[in-house]
Design a protein around this ligand. Structure first.
Ligand SMILES: NC(=O)c1ccc[n+]([C@@H]2O[C@H](COP(=O)([O-])OP(=O)(O)OC[C@H]3O[C@@H](n4cnc5c(N)ncnc54)[C@H](O)[C@@H]3O)[C@@H](O)[C@H]2O)c1
Length: 329
């Protein structure tokens, strides 16, 4: 079976998804909707997709699944529209910035029986999956602490930041989801701090660019997340899971593992620069999972509920940063 797909939004991530689909033999990107001629053309140039409109794609009976990669404020309405039209749905994170809007959207998804997958691509990354497999296998005992380091090479354009919902809901939401994914137990307490240390314009937009969040589960297990929007040495993504009998960790990725040793020390290539390079394979595996689930009728994961839980944690982190208090969920 070939799964026929319509793409809504062909910006940074929409184009990444179009590229990923081009490498999945059982997927066909049939149509693309984006008001930007340049963005739409970039997708048409690498696929045989036709240019279309959002309403037309969602109403098209020949389309099995829609990928929603539009700006965040359009997601919930488009998810609901696609759910009512009986489409399989992939929606980029976050589903919405307003938690009540996410809940009302998921209600429509449940009522229509639609299947929804949310774009937490890191769950499909080979390194993070291997880390989780070690945890599941139980080789090093029960989790006590998780530490996640997550730094972008450089901040996105200020125009994006203004619409993004802020560092916690836009960027750290990936780490909050990963902390849930690895811990396997829900968090009940959140304490967060944030500062503007990179770009005053980010502060003027009402956001922070440097933040930490500490989260605790009911059984006392702790996760610490460190995030910022600048890392001169590349996209810095590390994780360490400390356990009763040992520790499992994953480090950063480089284009090659070549190491030059000389009198000045050991020299390696710099880290992969952007999240799109670091997670290129994860994006492909994510959409491969989507296509396989559409083909087989199997479950979609991560679910809308996962999207809701991660946003709840992001909201709690914002409340904690603003109040200086621990927030209990
Ligand atoms: N999972 C990830 O790693 C990841 C990475 C980046 C962005 N995102 C998420 O993806 C979404 C898009 O982010 P982006 O960085 O690609 O933004 P972007 O601004 O680069 O792209 C958005 C695109 O949507 C188009 N668009 C606007 N209105 C539209 C409409 N009514 N119908 C169809 N298209 C429309 C724009 O013209 C633009 O091309 C955001 O929700 C963001 O949080 C996720």
């Amino acid at each position: 079976m070939t799964v026929t797909i319509g793409l809504l939004g062909a910006g940074r991530i929409g184009l990444t998804h179009a590229r990923a689909l081009a490498g999945i033999p059982s997927a066909r990107l049939a149509a693309i909707a984006d008001p930007s001629d340049a963005a739409a053309q970039a997708v048409i140039d690498l696929t045989d997709a036709r240019r279309s409109e959002v309403d037309e794609i969602i109403a098209d009976p020949a389309i099995d699944a829609v990928i929603i990669a539009t700006p965040t404020d359009l997601h919930a309405g488009q998810v609901e529209q696609a759910a009512r039209a009986g489409k399989a749905i992939f929606c980029e994170k976050p589903i919405d910035l307003d938690i009540d809007r996410v809940r009302s959207c998921l209600k429509v998804v449940a009522e229509t029986g639609a299947r929804l997958m949310v774009g937490f691509n890191r769950r499909f990354d080979r390194e993070f999956r291997a880390l989780r497999a070690h945890i599941k296998a139980g080789a090093v005992g029960e989790i006590e602490m998780i530490q996640l380091v997550s730094r972008d090479h450089a901040p996105p354009p200020i125009g994006f930041i203004k619409r993004s919902g802020g560092l916690f809901r836009d960027m750290m939401i990936h780490d909050l989801d990963m902390a849930r994914f690895l811990m396997g137990e829900e968090f009940v307490e959140v304490f967060a701090m944030g500062s503007v240390l990179i770009d005053p314009e980010i502060g003027a937009a009402g956001d922070v660019d440097t933040a930490t969040a500490t989260l605790k589960t009911a059984s006392g297990r702790i996760a610490v997340i460190t995030t910022n929007r600048r890392s001169p040495y590349g996209h810095d993504q590390r994780a360490e899971v400390h356990r009763s009998k040992g520790m499992v960790s994953i480090g950063n990725m480089r284009a090659t593992s070549v190491t030059l040793a000389n009198g000045g020390g050991f020299h390696t290539e710099q880290l992969l620069i952007s999240f799109m390079d670091r997670y290129v394979e994860a994006y492909r595996r994510e959409l491969t999972a989507l296509v396989m689930a559409v083909e087989s009728g199997g479950p979609f994961s991560p679910t809308g509920e996962d999207g809701l839980r991660a946003l709840e944690l992001a909201d709690a982190a914002v409340r904690s940063m603003e109040s200086g208090m621990v927030v209990r969920l």
